[in-house]
Design a binder for this molecule. Structure first.
Ligand SMILES: NC(=O)c1ccc[n+]([C@@H]2O[C@H](COP(=O)([O-])OP(=O)(O)OC[C@H]3O[C@@H](n4cnc5c(N)ncnc54)[C@H](O)[C@@H]3O)[C@@H](O)[C@H]2O)c1
Length: 398
């Protein structure tokens, strides 16, 4: 942000409900806002709510925070607050998201946007009744510069006739069978879609935005670790799906193609790997956060002194993503940069100033992911592919 824009940028007061892992991450990203060049908005974190008073202590680091509370209604009653970010357990989404919307505040919700499809539909209904509330859902991985390069490559038409595509989110956070159970490992709090609720938005944001809503889904789901130590060390049920691979049929430029999405909590060797690959007859592109500078593009070329060859070419992606920053263009980008970029996109879109740039997940896209997960679970149970009605396909926004 330049000195001139800093003076004219509109001040937006932000509050956080849920000061856990993600609440702190977002608070830190807002502190880095001056890294953005000429952003129309200047967010200021003014309020935080967590039912655990100890979680609020960390926010003493941030001197703009004037309200700390254990009751989010207090924060919603504050007329000075414009935007609320909510990062709580999935079973709490429907109530809290609805309350934020009904209070007339804008909302950046967290995935999976309600514990199930009914909860997501209830949030959509609240939005319909309160259209002044601008609502989007969090999904930051596509804001890696390499992911943006891959998206732009596909939008350019460079694939030609598509062959196949894959988007994966791979962890091994649950490899240790002695890791205690927590809310993300219990259907009651995480939802029946398990790992899909936890990681699925990461694998559907880009496909849905590219217009690749699936027409049918075949789900392969695994609950690998069925019990984990509870609070007193005794084993308790760990009933969520750990890994889910969805084989779908989607359409690109009218051509049906296999789209595979993978969400895994147990993929030995992976920590937080987001991978995207799309192959066509004319070109191909792939990117993985495992090597976050590298984007590979495929081509067939005449080699000087040789014949016609298939080539994967390597590009270093640099630091620039959706919104320009003061960071040198050749420097590296990381997870916290993607959070900043996601917020830059969210607040610019709220102002109507995002233009053609890549945006955060829309409520309709988020709700559609629940239909996809439900189809995947039914498919897994029946061992047959499940069609998704065309009515479920969102309008393509690119
Ligand atoms: N975008 C991402 O990359 C990403 C990563 C992790 C988690 N998430 C999502 O963020 C959300 C929260 O996950 P997390 O890992 O931050 O969880 P967490 O358990 O670390 O934090 C949740 C916090 O919410 C608080 N809380 C519970 N009930 C509350 C209430 N009624 N009012 C206020 N605070 C309350 C808890 O005390 C806790 O501090 C989930 O929806 C999860 O799927 C997103």
């Amino acid at each position: 942000m330049t000195a001139a824009t800093a003076k004219t940028a509109r001040l937006v007061n932000v509050a956080i409900i849920g000061g856990g892992l993600m609440g702190r991450e977002i608070a830190a990203a807002i502190q880095r806002w001056p890294a953005l060049i000429d952003h129309p908005v200047r967010p200021r974190l003014t309020a935080v709510c967590d039912i655990n008073p100890a979680a609020l202590d960390w926010f003493d680091e941030i001197d703009t925070v004037v309200l700390k509370t254990t009751d989010y209604h207090e924060l919603l009653a504050d007329e000075g607050i414009d935007v609320v970010y909510v990062a709580v357990r999935h079973d709490l989404h429907e109530q809290i998201y609805g309350d934020v919307i009904r209070a007339g505040k804008s909302l950046l919700a967290e995935k999976p946007f309600g514990i199930d499809g009914d909860a997501a539909q209830a949030v959509l209904a609240a939005i319909a009744e309160h259209p002044q509330s601008f609502v989007r859902c969090s999904s930051e991985m596509p804001f890696f510069p390499g992911a943006q390069l891959a998206i732009d490559y596909i939008r350019s038409g460079a694939l030609g006739t598509i062959v196949e595509a894959r988007n994966s989110f791979l962890h091994s956070s649950d490899l240790d069978v002695n890791k205690p159970v927590n809310w993300k490992r219990q259907n009651e709090f995480c939802g029946d879609a398990g790992v899909l609720n936890d990681l699925g938005m990461h694998t559907w944001h880009v496909p849905l935005r590219l217009g690749w809503a699936p027409e049918s889904v075949y789900g392969v789901l695994q609950n690998i670790v069925t019990e984990r130590p509870g609070p007193d060390g005794a084993l308790v049920p760990c009933d969520t799906w750990d890994n889910a691979v969805l084989h779908s049929w989607s359409r690109h430029d009218g051509v049906l193609f296999p789209l595979t999405t993978e969400t895994k909590r147990i993929d030995p060797g992976q920590k937080n790997t987001w991978e995207f690959e799309a192959l066509g007859l004319d070109g191909g592109v792939r990117f993985s956060t495992k090597n976050p500078k590298l984007v590979e593009v495929f081509t067939v070329r005449d080699i000087p002194g040789g014949g016609r060859e298939q080539i994967w070419q390597q590009i270093d992606a640099g630091s620039q993503s959706v919104w320009p920053t003061v960071t040198g263009p050749n420097f590296e980008s990381g997870f916290s940069d993607t959070i900043l970029q996601m917020w830059a996109a969210f607040l610019a879109e709220r102002e109507g100033l995002l233009g053609e740039r890549f945006g955060t997940v829309t409520p309709q896209e988020a709700a559609l992911t629940h239909n996809i997960y439900a189809a995947a679970i039914r498919s897994h149970t029946t061992r047959t592919a499940v069609d998704l009605p065309a009515d479920d396909l969102p309008v393509v926004t690119l």
